[in-house]
Design a protein around this ligand. Structure first.
Ligand code: M6R
Length: 609
């Protein structure tokens, strides 16, 4: 939530901050602002709404400077408004701060500061940071920030500048991510890698409890006590092209079309088609430890949770390891019943989701070992885990997760086969057959993508509907959840994902001619049961669309419309059934003129509770 950018150097600073904020906009887009300094004065521009508004407001006004900070906001304390937009200032108007996170004790601090005659002008928690730095400022921004952060309770990534300290940005973090990009005579600060890729691929990740003093020719690291810390840069292989739309109307559409490659990248080098073996040495957890695992707990939120449910099906079916999938936001307040033979698996695209991180941290006090499935290398969750299985999906910019969902399922499929192998649960023949089928999935997704136009035409028929029901069973139930989640988050159409068999226990009351149902019905162990569920809907005059295998003749006269997909192993059907549902949601939202990549009220990585 919220994106921070900082720059110190000799380039034209406004485009760097604005372009950087655009790349971070998926993190929050209620309001935005920048502060630019040249050592004499501070120039601040802030607007309610998106970065585009900020960019427009700067068009006729040339701001120049050599250092500055910018922010795009997802409001927590204080409604979205120009006044509450960051950056925030102190009473002397010489210190400016941007902040990502929540200061839990801000009311307490604010009271004390007010008693000390500090004047507050916003409703935000962030403003207390500016005043605290002012309180402690005595010719050193670094030491004032150090003293200020020690008083803060909560989570924060902050960047601060002072007009009295030319070409200096001080940044500190506890919780939300902060990365420093190293340039030649210039340096950058950002909430994630995306804006930095255009300038440098030499990156340093700030850890919790660390701060940095960033100048054009140096970056100095320390802890909050002032002890210096040596850190080395990592070379990042993501390329700037990955964060461009490359001719697609929306990032979401581009990311849907990237899925075949994402699956190839996630499985490549990790499987042997000859032996059926999965190579997961990279996770760094010895096979002897994995052999002793007798239970798995997958911890996740949103789409990653849905991927976890598919993972459960794969792991239990293939490897026979009992697997629970838990909502991190709930699990963190439960009594963890775990032991040293339980493997905790947080699944997270960003690796920064606050609920997943908190639930995972608490769970590892009791479980052992842990294995994170993340898309972002070096993310907070991956740094806490014993092992990491990276999904090689590349940066995902659309707020609605698509390609990372498929990549997570691919990683979980590898894990399921690996567990099955080490527990001797798969015959060599079945093992190799599964591998071969997994390897064919990207090609089969390409076949579905070639029919995108047909799916767009079907979507056209439903743009005016207000409600949708999605039904699936067994491995298709999570896909019903995911299909419904995609539709509601980008098109704002109310959609419910339900297990087919549960329908008769309540939701069937909703069925009428205005409530269409999308059924996900590959030929699997619950196919006949699903046919019965369809018949229950048809009897009540409901309209039924089905995502079904292309060789399925039986379904044709049972439903109103069929979206055919290539035939695959039932356990891998989620890779294929998901794609038409993503496209269906995308086209409905796009035709309705919705802001597909940045749906209202959402943010890409939810780093607050
Ligand atoms: O980064 P994470 O995978 O941990 O994010 C989890 C959810 O916030 C995320 O999947 C969210 O539900 C997306 N909006 C789904 O499209």
């Amino acid at each position: 939530m919220c994106g921070i950018i900082g720059y110190v150097g000799n380039q034209d600073i406004v485009p760097i901050l604005i372009e950087g904020l655009k790349k971070l906009e998926y993190r929050g887009y209620d309001s935005a602002g920048i502060a630019i300094l040249n050592g004499d004065d501070i120039q601040i521009r802030r607007v309610e709404g998106k970065i585009k508004g900020l960019e427009d407001s700067l068009r006729d006004e040339k701001l120049t400077g050599t250092y500055g900070i910018g922010h795009t906001r997802w409001a927590t304390h204080g409604r979205p408004s120009e006044e509450n937009a960051h950056p925030h200032r102190d009473c002397t108007q010489s210190i400016v701060v941007v902040h990502n996170g929540i200061i839990e004790n801000y009311l307490e601090i604010k009271k004390t500061l007010k008693d000390e005659e500090h004047k507050f002008v916003t409703e935000t928690d962030t403003e207390v940071i500016a005043h605290l730095i002012e309180k402690y400022y005595n010719n050193s921004l670094e030491s004032a920030v150090q003293k200020a952060v020690k008083e803060l309770v909560g989570n924060f990534a902050i960047s601060a500048v002072s007009k009295n300290e030319k070409d200096t940005i001080v940044t500190a973090k506890v919780g939300p991510p902060t990365v420093i990009g190293l340039g030649d005579g210039e340096n950058f600060i950002s909430s994630d890698l995306n804006p930095l890729l255009f300038h440098t691929q030499e990156i340093i990740f700030l850890e919790d409890g660390e701060m940095a003093v960033v100048k054009p020719d140096s970056v100095r690291f320390s802890d909050f006590e002032g002890n210096s810390i040596e850190k080395t840069a990592e070379h990042i292989s993501w390329s700037p092209l990955m964060v461009e739309k490359q001719g697609y109307k929306h990032f979401m559409l581009k990311e849907i079309f990237e899925q075949p490659q994402v699956i190839r990248d996630t499985i490549s080098g990790r499987i042997s088609l000859d032996t059926g073996k999965v190579f997961l040495e990279e996770i760094g957890i010895p096979e002897s430890t994995l052999k002793k695992i007798n239970r798995i707990v997958i911890i996740a939120c949103g789409t990653s949770y849905n991927a976890g449910l598919v993972g459960k099906c794969m792991i239990e079916t293939l490897a026979g390891v009992p697997t629970d999938v838990v909502y991190a936001s709930e699990y963190r307040y439960e009594d963890f019943i775990l032991d040293k033979h339980t493997l905790a698996i947080p699944v997270s695209q960003s690796g920064e989701t606050a609920d997943t991180l908190a639930a995972f941290k608490s769970s590892i006090e009791k479980s052992n070992p842990s294995l994170a499935i993340c898309n972002v290398q070096n993310s907070s969750i991956s740094r806490v885990a014993d092992g990491v299985l990276l999904t090689h999906a590349g940066p995902e910019i659309g707020v609605a997760a698509t390609k990372t969902f498929l990549a997570q399922m691919a990683a979980l499929a590898l894990l399921a086969i690996h567990f099955a192998n080490i527990r001797g649960k798969l015959s060599p023949k079945d093992n190799i057959l599964l591998m071969k089928e997994l390897q064919l999935i990207p090609h089969k997704i390409e076949e579905i993508l070639m029919r995108a136009k047909e799916i767009e035409e079907i979507a056209q028929l439903f743009v005016s509907h207000s409600h949708f029901l999605y039904l699936g069973r067994w491995a298709s139930f999570p896909i019903a959840l995911e299909g419904a989640l995609k539709l509601k988050e980008i098109s704002y159409i109310h959609a419910e994902g339900y297990p087919g068999g549960e329908m008769k226990h309540g939701p069937i009351a909703l069925i009428d001619e205005k409530m269409p149902t999308m059924v996900i019905i590959p030929k699997d162990r619950v196919y006949d049961k699903m046919l019965s569920n369809i018949s229950e809907i048809k009897t009540r005059v409901g309209y039924v669309l089905a995502v079904a295998f292309e060789d399925d003749q039986e379904i044709l006269d049972k439903v109103d419309k069929v979206i055919p997909i290539p035939v695959t192993h039932p356990l891998f059907s989620p890779f294929l059934t998901t794609v038409p549902l993503q496209l269906f949601a995308y086209y409905i939202a796009s035709i309705r003129g919705a802001d597909v990549d940045q749906p209202r009220n959402l943010a890409k990585s939810v780093t607050v509770e």
